[in-house]
Design a protein. Structure first.
Length: 256
């Protein structure tokens, strides 16, 4: 039997070619458990299957995602599901936007950092307080913290449990804009309109995205692109399955 999140725990609203995915567990500050992670993974696939060109992920106020809820799951099982979600974000052939509207801690920070773009409220807090909890984080998390936030910020988060506000990370360039979910949706709609044809996606947006995530620019100059990155380049066209995709329409809601 597969555990699934209650229907209201993860919702997806469609705004033309932009999907808004919301973690809806405000009574637990949107802490993610195993069913919620599985629902997010299903939503990632569903967004692609329905021709999405950009996706915004956020949480019902007062939090983005306060971390992990391991109740009812083995630690290894939960870690595997979280790994699928964050790697799913980095390999989706569309642009993903994290709208951080409150605390993004632990697993919440990992999900936010797995997205391409981050929009946050000035007073939101982001961090991986592993040192406070006596936990060891994964190699992926360390690499992602360094890549997205810089070595100094990663050291402060991991070694001292320092939390950073959205305003602070915006000054450092790690949060791209200060704003709310409406600002994130508007930006995502602008991004979704940038390259409406398969050839453009394959040759520009997705190629750039893969190279950024895979750190392959130097390798590419020497003709040495890692196999996984090259494979993703070859399948890049799937985000725009045709030159005239069917519109989702406005504000059509679907609950997983």
């Amino acid at each position: 039997m597969v555990d699934r999140a209650p229907p209201s725990r993860v919702t997806v609203e469609r705004h033309d070619f932009v999907a808004l995915l919301t973690i809806n567990r405000p009574e637990r500050h949107n802490a993610v458990d195993l069913p919620i992670l599985r629902a997010i993974r299903e939503a990632q696939s569903d967004v692609l299957d329905k021709g999405g060109r950009a996706m915004v992920i956020t949480g019902t106020p007062p939090a983005f995602c306060s971390g992990a809820d391991l109740s009812g799951a083995h630690e290894e099982e939960f870690a595997s599901a979280l790994d699928e979600v964050v790697h799913g974000m980095t390999t989706m052939p569309i642009v993903t936007v994290a709208c951080i509207n409150g605390p993004a801690l632990g697993a919440g920070a990992q999900i936010a950092l797995s997205c391409d773009i981050r929009v946050a409220s000035a007073d939101s807090v982001i961090g991986v307080p592993a040192a406070k909890l006596g936990l060891v984080v994964s190699h992926w998390t360390i690499e992602r913290l360094v890549r997205e936030l810089s070595w100094p910020v990663a050291r402060a988060m991991l070694l001292t449990a320092r939390l950073y506000t959205g305003a602070e990370l915006n000054q450092l360039g790690s949060v791209h804009r200060i704003g709310d979910v409406n600002d994130a949706l508007l930006w995502a709609q602008e991004i979704a309109a940038l390259a409406p044809y398969p050839l453009l996606v394959t040759n520009s947006l997705w190629r750039h995205r893969v190279l950024i995530h895979s750190s392959t620019i130097l390798s590419l100059r020497h003709g040495n692109v890692p196999g996984g990155a090259m494979m993703r380049l070859k399948v890049a066209g799937r985000s725009w399955p045709s030159a005239h995709p069917i519109s989702w329409g406005h504000d059509q809601s679907m609950k997983l």
